[in-house]
Design a protein around this ligand. Structure first.
Ligand code: IPO
Ligand code: ZN
Length: 412
């Protein structure tokens, strides 16, 4: 026994010297070329051409088909922070890589990336709950959204592996609990993850209809990142993505105020560990798929506060579901008629919607700006509310869109 302990201790102490840890990722072609030229020891497992719809010209609703080459790669974990930084700085393409728990999983996701959805999970997209939607929209307040963004930004950082990131998760869970208190059909929980201490935060609004097993998911990411990624770094992440979490929080507040009870079940999730390869949402989407959970739609809010263009809402057409994207645009036309909608592409794996797309679910990603005019302060200590004029009027638009989406898809 004693001998085993000693051997184990030695093995633990020595293992970093013997071999770096291995990770399995999927990446777009530009990021792969970066890896291939610089990351010694990286190994290509498999490649695949994925058909994606992209705007014919930037902003336009007319789409043309394009091919993205996506790769499954085995790489040392040491490389991942550098890869994030390089993708962000040089390629100016977002995200870049998705991290998986095993080579089998990386390959499985690679082969399911088409964005096609099981017909059984394709809902109708009727827009017919104007009374509930309009009454809810009237209650939304940008001042409350701004206050939540500020609270989240006040943590030193919300890193997935820091004590601050853990504290931010605990704070948000407490905040959501205090909003929904006394409503038996609304339950807040924290989701533990294998591999890091920050928990995702989840609110389940239990459906009350015959189709209550069908679930609508709205998400944003709780973690932030900056620079070295050391645990004391300043990473306010006000736009990226306190603004998405604050939008979800305002949706929850309005639902609670109206004592809203949907037909389908609605889940609002603040994901842990998005910035390190969508790891929190990967684990959650995988668990739901394995359990055969009928998720009929997913909406991701990642960056909602910084207005980069005259056009208000930007719908990303790649690694998202075309039919649901049309529904999102129709919701904007019906309920937010003063707002303009544009279309752009994001690049592979730019936020948690890609985790759901990779598991065969219909996901959409309405974004604050075009790719060309997106917020340059993200992933730095300067991602503060000051960058977007210390106001949340842009974030309010996404909050209202998310509310309309939740009610219209939640009531069918
Ligand atoms: C992101 C998404 C789209 C665009 I265009 C630019 C930036 C943000 C994403 N890469 C991220 O860091 N999410 O946390
Ligand atoms: Zn980010």
């Amino acid at each position: 026994m004693r001998r085993t302990l000693i051997t184990t201790a030695l093995a633990l102490a020595c293992s970093p010297l013997l071999a770096a840890e291995t990770a399995w990722i999927t990446v777009g072609d530009a990021a792969w070329r970066l890896i291939a030229t610089e990351a010694a020891g990286a190994r290509l497992l498999s490649s695949r051409d994925v058909i994606v719809d992209v705007p014919a010209t930037r902003g336009s609703a007319a789409l043309v088909r394009a091919i993205d080459r996506v790769h499954a790669v085995q790489i040392d974990t040491d490389w991942l922070p550098r890869l994030s930084a390089r993708v962000h700085e040089e390629l100016r393409r977002c995200g870049g890589f998705v991290r998986h728990d095993s080579p089998a999983e990386a390959l499985a996701v690679l082969h399911r990336l088409q964005g096609t959805v099981e017909p059984a999970l394709a809902p109708g997209y009727a827009i017919d709950d104007a009374a509930e939607v309009n009454a809810s929209l009237a209650l939304t307040q940008d001042s409350r959204i701004l206050a939540t963004i500020q609270r989240l930004s006040d943590f030193q950082n919300r890193l997935y592996n820091s004590s601050h990131g853990v504290a931010a998760s605990d704070w948000l869970a407490g905040e959501w609990r205090s909003i929904v208190v006394g409503r038996s059909w609304m339950k807040v929980s924290q989701v533990r993850h294998a591999g890091w201490p920050q928990k995702s935060v989840k609110l389940v609004i239990q459906g009350s209809g015959p189709n209550a097993a069908e679930t609508v998911v709205l998400g944003a990411h709780l973690d932030s990142t900056a620079g070295s990624g050391s645990s004391e770094v300043r990473a306010p992440g006000a736009d990226d993505d306190a603004s998405g979490v604050a939008a979800l929080t305002e949706v929850i507040r309005v639902f609670a105020e109206r004592n809203y009870r949907p037909q389908r079940t609605i889940e609002l999730i603040a994901y842990a560990a998005e910035e390190v390869g969508l790891r929190g949402s990967q684990q959650i989407a995988k668990k739901y798929q394995r359990a055969g959970k009928p998720v009929v739609g997913v909406l991701q809010l990642d960056m909602t506060a910084f207005q980069g263009d005259a056009t208000d809402l930007w719908i990303f057409t790649d690694y998202t579901n075309a039919a649901q994207n049309q529904f999102v645009a129709d919701l904007a036309a019906a309920y937010l008629p003063l707002l303009s909608v544009g279309y752009d592409r994001c690049g592979y794996g730019c936020s948690d919607h890609a985790s759901w797309t990779g598991r065969g679910y219909a996901a959409s990603f309405p974004f604050e700006a075009s790719f060309a005019h997106s917020n340059h302060a993200i992933h730095t200590a300067s991602d503060t509310t000051a960058t977007f004029g210390s106001q949340a009027t842009h974030a309010l638009k996404f909050t209202q869109l998310a509310l309309a989406y939740a009610v219209e898809l939640g009531s069918d």
